[in-house]
Each structure stands twice: as structure tokens, then as C-alpha cells.
Design a protein around this ligand. Structure first.
Ligand code: ADP
Length: 275
């Protein structure tokens, strides 16, 4: 027969296990709760910081080209310039206005992406001609120290939105220029590969570390090193590029160039060439 004392001890042990078990469950839930709250605080904090950086940079981005346009106009007003000088001042003012235009375009597009309101007007378009047009525009505004080499296969057609595709190309090429030294060479290639239009933009610039390669497509994200901070930007360009590629059922890849720099590779399904 089991003594009363043994029964009592057994009961006590059972209760102890029960209390310890409940305590353990409670503690686990508490730890998970604290972890999740911390995680969401961190995300909120990061977003708030990125938004603050964005506001600072967009204000700066607007102010500096506006100041440059004003200065150019004041020069025209106050000085008697030769025809050549006048053309130089005017083309400076136009390229600064283009900068403001691109900035507004990117901000509008990012807002429409956020509102899930970025409809693509897809139609058969000649992406070869589009790349050539964008490059002509960029070459006309950059100095002769920036060399953009291009190898564009003619007559590649895709189902695309011409404005969105132009914005994608110009964001990639402008970045390649921005994150390189001024005497660098940029290579732009367009070719067909396995029923895809393949656009490659390669530079020999500052490069992107492996752990940043996935982050750069996030809204407002700018790599946090000194070289990037010295350049102008809002962290919207690649966010827009990624969305445009997705809406065209394409793919974007980023990898290191040799000996240094970055290669962006975009592939978008191509249509049969129209002769
Ligand atoms: P922005 O150029 O306005 O900062 P983007 O969204 O276009 O914003 O790019 C995000 C970040 O990715 C940049 O701030 C920069 O750090 C990095 N990046 C983009 N393109 C390149 C490039 N070709 N070479 C090196 N870094 C780049």
C-alpha cells in the first residue's frame, strides 16, 4: 500500500511540473512577443529614418538644380555674352531642368507604385530604338569625359510601355554614370537571348557589396557609405526599375563587373522581330 506521504509527494511533484510547464509556455510566449515587437519597432524606425533621409535628399535634389537654373538665367540677364557663351549657359539650364523633370517623374512613378496604380500601357514597341533614343539624350547632357559605349542589336520588339521602359533605361545608365569616376567607360548592350530582350548596363564604378545587392531595390534605400552619400539621389530609381521589370514579366540581376564595378542585367520577353 502507498503511504499518504508518498501520495502527497507525488501530487506535489505533479503540480510542480504543471506550474513549471505553464511558466515555460508563458515565458516562451513572452520572449516571442518581445522579439516580434522589437522587430516591428526596428522596421518602423528604419522606415521613418529612410523617409526622413528621402525628404532631406529630395529637398536638396530640387534646390540645387533650381539654384543652377536661376544662376544661369541671371547670367543671361546681367551679362552681354557671345553667341557661344549664351548657348553654353542655355544648355546648362536645360540640363538642370531635365534633372528636375527626371526627379518629378521618379517621384510620381514611385507614388503610383505605392498606390498600386501604375498601369502599363503595353503595346508592341521597338526596344532597340528606345535604348538608342535614351542614350542620345543622356550623351547630349553629359560631358565628353563620360564615355558610353553601346552595342545595340536593331529591331528587337517587346510588349512594353515606352515611357516606363525609357525610365528604366535612363535610371540604370544615370546610376552607372553617377556611381563611377568621371573618366570611366559605361557599356550598354542590347541583344536577344532565348526569346528575351537582354539589356546589360555595365560600369567600372564603386561597385555594390554582396550584402547590399538585394537591398538596393527597396524604396528609399541608398548604400550607406561615404561615396554614395557624396552623390545625389533619393533611393527611388531601382525601386522603380524593379517594379517596371515585374510589370513586364521580366527579370533583373545585379552582379560584380571585372576588375571592378557593377553589371545590371534586365531580361524582358521579346516579340518576334518585325521587319
Ligand atoms: P539613388 O541613386 O537615387 O540613390 P537608386 O534606387 O537608383 O537610388 O539606387 C539605390 C542605391 O544603389 C544607390 O544609392 C547606390 O548606393 C546603389 N547603386 C545603384 N546603382 C549603382 C551602380 N551602378 N554602382 C554602384 N552603386 C549603385
Amino acid at each position: 500500500m502507498v503511504s499518504n506521504e508518498a501520495l502527497y509527494l507525488h501530487e506535489l511533484e505533479k503540480r510542480w511540473f504543471m506550474v513549471a510547464g505553464e511558466g515555460l509556455v508563458f515565458l516562451t510566449l513572452l520572449v516571442i512577443g518581445i522579439y516580434k515587437t522589437r522587430q516591428s519597432f526596428r522596421k518602423e524606425f528604419q522606415l521613418a529614418r529612410q523617409q526622413k533621409n528621402f525628404l532631406l535628399s529630395i529637398t536638396h535634389e530640387f534646390k540645387s538644380p533650381l539654384a543652377a537654373v536661376k544662376l544661369n538665367l541671371q547670367t543671361l540677364q546681367k551679362r552681354h555674352l557671345s553667341k557661344d557663351q549664351m548657348e553654353h549657359v542655355l544648355s546648362n539650364a536645360i540640363s538642370e531642368t531635365d534633372r528636375i523633370d527626371n526627379l518629378v517623374e521618379n517621384a510620381l512613378m514611385a507614388t503610383r507604385i505605392e498606390a498600386k496604380n501604375l498601369d502599363m500601357l503595353l503595346s508592341e514597341m521597338d526596344i532597340s530604338a528606345c535604348v538608342n533614343n535614351v542614350l542620345t539624350g543622356i550623351r547630349s547632357t553629359t560631358g565628353s569625359e563620360v564615355v558610353i559605349e553601346s552595342n545595340i542589336e536593331p529591331d528587337i520588339f517587346i510588349l512594353g510601355d515606352i515611357l516606363a521602359i525609357s525610365s528604366l533605361i535612363s535610371n540604370l545608365v544615370e546610376n552607372a554614370i553617377k556611381y563611377s569616376t568621371s573618366d570611366t567607360k559605361i557599356n550598354v548592350t542590347l541583344a536577344t537571348k532565348r526569346n528575351n530582350a537582354l539589356l546589360i548596363v555595365a560600369d567600372n564604378g564603386i561597385g555594390i557589396s554582396d550584402n547590399e545587392k538585394n537591398e538596393i531595390f527597396t524604396k528609399f534605400y541608398r548604400v550607406g557609405n561615404e561615396e554614395t552619400r557624396r552623390t545625389k539621389g533619393t533611393g527611388l530609381g531601382l525601386f522603380i526599375v524593379k517594379h517596371i521589370v515585374d510589370l513586364h514579366h521580366g527579370r533583373v540581376e545585379v552582379r560584380d563587373n571585372e576588375p571592378k564595378g557593377t553589371i545590371f542585367e534586365i531580361s524582358i520577353p521579346s516579340l518576334k522581330s518585325v521587319i
